[in-house]
Design a protein around this ligand. Sequence first.
Ligand SMILES: Cc1cc2nc3c(=O)[nH]c(=O)nc-3n(C[C@H](O)[C@H](O)[C@H](O)COP(=O)(O)O)c2cc1C
Length: 350
Amino acid sequence: MSLYRTARPLLFRLPPETAHAWGHAGLRAIQRTPLLSRVAARYTVADERLQTTAFGQSFPNPVGVAAGFDKNAEIPRALAALGFGFVEVGGVTAEPQAGNPRPRMFRLAEDEGLINRMGLNNDGAAVVGTRLAETPVDVPVGVNIAKSEHVDPADAPDDYRRAYHAVADGADFFVVNISCPNSQGFEALQNRESMAAILGDLVDAGAGPLLVKLSPDLPDPAVDDALSIVEEFDLDGIVATNTTTDRPVSLRSPNRVETGGLSGAPIESSATGMVRYVAQRTDVPVIGVGGVSTAEDAYRKIRAGASLVQLYTGLIYRGPSVAREINRGLLKLLDRDGFDSVADAIGVDL
Ligand SMILES: Cc1cc2nc3c(=O)[nH]c(=O)nc-3n(C[C@H](O)[C@H](O)[C@H](O)COP(=O)(O)O)c2cc1C
């Protein structure tokens, strides 16, 4: 039995945000010591069949950390040492903000899910930008950029541009988050006009590679609008998906009544459906996210058209070896199905 499976019941007795802070502190400590290379040796699956390229970046493997886990870019090197092929830090906003009152993160243990209403708590783009510029990381690092809570949706383009400029030098790609269900005014950003204003401004500011992160709650016509904007502005990719405000009837945990965005196993299949929908209608790379915690989950998203996958909730339930287990499992699945590399499996189910 892995150490994490022994430790998990103890960690799960703590409030989720406290457990997360402990895990974070442990990874921050490791990042500062020579232990980091020992961790990397233990968790990295180095195999050229896992290597892939997307939007001009080379990824050692397709399994990344989703936005929200390292909001302030404090542990990207430790996450790379755990075997992740890339890290998306943030969401960051132009100014620091405290987020919503606690508690704001809830485990749905019976469902292997989480509900969060963090509200984009972060140190602000200037601090995160400096941190990133001072931290060389072995894998590509993306920054997730979001709208500041107090900013009116009409002023969002300027707010996103300010945040972008503050982090521009430290990142390998940028993800525009217009799909946060836990902060005010985000619904108003997901119409054609707003998306065009925000993304057009960022393109003019020279942001790139530039990706947009979509909500799974968008009706198909709104997704189609987003896709036409991706084409119009020649954006570099799409991240599908963010958390959902939907509550599948299958949920068993009493915490299902909490307000916020649902993530983890309960959204795996709907997020894969959105990856497929998007990949069928665009040529840009898609990062598939939502409920990935095993190799089979990752493989389904890749076969549905994802060039890369990401996870957050899977780390909470499966622990620090999750990327290693997924990468090892992916190699077996590729072998089983006769693919020479991950790249050969992308979109085969479309
Ligand atoms: C506590 C928490 C905080 C998150 N914060 C952000 C964020 O700041 N920006 C963002 O785009 N997504 C954020 N997400 C969404 C994740 O990046 C991801 O899209 C979602 O959780 C689905 O993936 P998962 O099922 O692997 O967790 C957050 C998720 C969680 C659970």
